[in-house]
Every structure is written in structure tokens, then in C-alpha cells.
Design a protein around this ligand. Sequence first.
Ligand code: GTR
Length: 401
Amino acid sequence: MVRTLKCMLLTGLFSLFMGSLVAQEIVINYDESKIPAYELPDLLTLNNGQQVKNAVQWTEERRAEILEIFAQEMYGHIPARPAGLHFKQMSEEVVYNGLGLRKVVRIYLDEAEQHWFDVLIHLPKNAKKPVPMFAGLNFKGNDATLDERAGSRWPYELILKEGFGVATAWRDAIEPDGKDSKIEEAVSVCKDGGVRAWYNPGGDWGAISAWAWGLSCIYDYLAIDKAVDASRIAVIGHSRLGKTSLWAGANDTRFAMVVSNCSGCCGAAISRRVIGENFARIATSFPHWFTRAFDKYMNKEADFPADQHSLVALAAPRPLYIASATEDLWADPKGEWLAAVEVAPIYKLFGKTGVKSIYPAPDSPDMDGTVAYHVRTGKHDITAYDWQQYLDFAQKHGWGK
Ligand code: GTR
């Protein structure tokens, strides 16, 4: 007994010591002058060293190589949707003085209806034709988005007035977000510990892949909703859900537009800049977001066989919007913008243009090309200002009224 206690004490002390060692190793840099010299992996060089010369070669060869790097080394592979996937509308009501219809659709993941999550959908009520949509996950639950609309994260009236619909589901109802998840409130899929535990148990996919999988299930529903224009569904997300949006858009090209809001490290920001959040920090704080293969890149950003511009490039040739906030240095706004700059050659293969080569002033969106960028004044958040730009951008591409 005494021996066991002693052993426990020693183990405890040892892990405390190791813990502080690990903590000490993670240095966060905010100084541009301390960014290491780096070279980005070339988007247009195939694994066999040959150059990609045209759009077909990009789409059929290089794109698949890059997708596999991120599946293998960062987020994990996303499995197919389950055979039993089906849907049931749970409610419908008229909201905002007749401006919109609000409905809840339950996405059942199995025939037996044991596993499911709910999608909250808002549609313009008097639309004359199927409407374009934004689809994205939320942080606090579907009902919370109704309160958040005043705080502008989900400005439903604004979106509806512009002629768009919007669909959202709670990320934790698909896969709990680690130890802080309010898992007891997520009675659906999460009663079995989240989709990763229930579906494809043992598969090495991180929560970001599970959330991206959930977004594709949402698409599957929207594609059969007659009120929705299935050819115009944008995937959107903020922060960790912005990383998810990029990854979902990369895997599921049915999403016709990709929006990344303050997605930062392992989102749009160039990793090799190692400024703000870095691989060691993100892999330590949020190990459940990633495949275990990712751990080996802690403090070794330059060893990663791609960089985040490669992920961002997988949105091509679809309209892509990357946004940052001036005070969000943790997410490295400049690095997010650089990724947008770097993908220009890929869009060029398709005869499309990217962003300008000058960093835009705050609140001056650069959205003349097929790739757009803005840096909003303020904090790490998604606001009505951000949404207005995404709506304008979509309209520029022929979406909306
Ligand atoms: C932070 C994390 C970021 C970002 C953010 C969020 O704590 O370091 O990578 O994803 O959370 O999702 O709000």
C-alpha cells in the first residue's frame, strides 16, 4: 500500500515536472522580426517532382495529393456518410414579422434513429425561387444562436433580408469539443461520446474532421430541400469552426463557396511564420482536434509537407473568402492574408484572379477577385460586419436576389 502510494506520488511529481517542461518549451512569438526564414512548399510541384501545367492536372493529380497530406498528417481521414442517413422536419414557424421561416430538421445517422443531431434552418419566407445558403456550425447550441443574433454572430434578419438562407448545428452535438464540452446537454450523438466513438470507432480522425463530416451531412439534407438552391451553398465558420469550414470545403466540393473567419493556426494562417498560436501549442491544448500523426510536428512547422496555403488552395476554383481581425494576433492576420495571396497561381489556372498584393487597410475588403480578404477592426469574433462582406461577395458572384 505504502509502496503504491509512493509510486503514485513519484509518478505525480514526474508528470508535473514533465508538464512544466512541455509548457516551457512552447514559446509564443508576436514579433514579425523573429519569424524564421522559411520557404513554402510549392503548390504546383507534384510529389514526383513534376510541374502542374494546367487546371486538369491540378484537379486530378495535385489536389488529391494535398488533400491526402492533410488527412494523413493533420486532421485525419473523413469516413463516408452512413447508409442510414435520413432526415425529419421537427418544427416550422414564421419569424421576424414574416421575414423568415425557421425550421428544425433532425439529421438521423442510422436507420434505428439512435443517433442524430439537429439543424436550425432559417429561410427567407417569400422567396420566388430556391435560395442560396450559408451552412456553418455553432459553438453554444442552436438555441443560443437566436440570442447571439443581437450580438451579431448570427445576424439572421440581415441574412434573410439579403435573400439568403442559413443552416447551423451545434458542433458538440456531432462531436464534443474536448473536456470543456457540455456533453450532458448534447443528448443526441453524444450520448455515445460523439460521432467518432460511435461511427468508425478506432478510426484516427480528429474532431475537426468529425465536424466537417457533420457539415457534409447537413449538405445532404439541404440538397433535397426544395426551398434551397443546392448549387449555391457556402460553407462558413469562425475560429476552430473556420478551420473546419476550410477542411469541409476541401473535402466536399459540393460547397460552392468557402468562408474562413479568423481561422488562424491550422486554418488559413501560414504555419511556417510561427507567430501567434503555433503547432506545439495547438496540439497540446486541443489534441482531440487532430490525428495523432500531427503530434510529431510540434515545434517543427517547417517539416510539415504542406502549409496552410495548400489547404486554402483546395477551395479553388470556387469563390473563397478569408477574413481576420486587427486585434486577433493569436490567429496571425498577416499569415491568413498571405495564404490568400499564395493561392493566386491556382486560381489563375482556372482563369480567375486572387487578392491584390498589398495588405488592405482595416475595414477595406479586397473582393474584386474570386479570392477575397478583409481585416476588420477589432477582436477575434464573427460580426454583422463580417457577414455583410460575405453576403456582398456572394452577390458579386451572382448569388442572392
Ligand atoms: C483558441 C484556439 C484557436 C481558435 C480559438 C477558437 O483557443 O487557440 O486555435 O480556434 O480557440 O476556436 O475560438
